[in-house]
Design a protein. Sequence first.
Length: 357
Amino acid sequence: MNLIERQAVGHLREPLDDVPAIVIENIEVEMAGPGGAVDAVAHLDTGDRKHVLVCKVKAVGQPRHVRMTVLQLKEYVAQFVRRGEANATPVFIAPYLSPEARALCKDCGVGYLDFEGNCRLAFGGVFVERSVPSEPKAEQRDLKSPFKPKVARVLRKMLRDPGRAWRVAELAEAAGVSRGHVSNVRKGLLDKERAADAEEGTFLKDPDALLDSWREQYEPPAGKRTGFYTTLHGSALEEAMREALTHTNKKGAAMLASFSVAKWLAPYARTESAYFYVDEDSVAALENSLKRAPASKGENVFITRLKDPGLFDVRSEPVPGIFCTCPVQTYLDLSVAGERGREAVEHLRKELLPWHK
């Protein structure tokens, strides 16, 4: 019996001990069941009947691992029933089960528990369910890692055409990252069942869930943020922005961001301020084109000098000379832009993100 299996037995006892009507007769581990090796079998007495919990213990509790194990568990239970153990219930155990993994177990009629305290056990007249808000630090890091800059490049490429199947090499080249980065992203997406494999390559299976997860953990791109005041407004400001973007993009990189993009891609929320993402070489030219003035009246132009140039690789050009962040990036930026931004994001999502069409 390995360490995880020993820990699993201990955690299995905890919710059962809390139910006075249950007597744990014994828990067998690494048992050779009728359908193959079973990690643990708990023999219980509930007063009016005997019951067994047939358990599989896994070190990883991602949805893909759950789905693979559920079929195996159900076969084990069927074998126990054929042998005469009529009251047998399958249970999946792992150090941590995400809300998605727990929901999958429930939908499949499989009990579950993890070492954090989440559990759902239903058998005979017994029902135990617990949910804790915490998650292990390692899992928190794992959930955030797909949205770091280099990996975000991969996700933006995939979200532009979710139905496209990508080979690792071609996606690495398109996103400007290493094949190792793409392989790691691919594994994470498959484990969480956000993606699936086909003969032609890997494609996004659930782009909505991926985007929702990204939005919930989104942090604006790293970079130095500055602001200044311009006396330009209306059509004069629009023409100056067009000239500035055309000029700076010949030598550097600059594009509209946040609310300034929404005006061109999916008009909804309007603002008098202008927002830009730029590289270091474009700042002075942009300030000159927009006629920077003393900010005595307050700032109405906001510039972020991006540390990661990857965002410029997926910019869009809705009309000649107007360069903007892509729809996915605009959606994410507006999602953290306060109440007015949140009002605009669903309109933009409905109008521009391709899997909604």
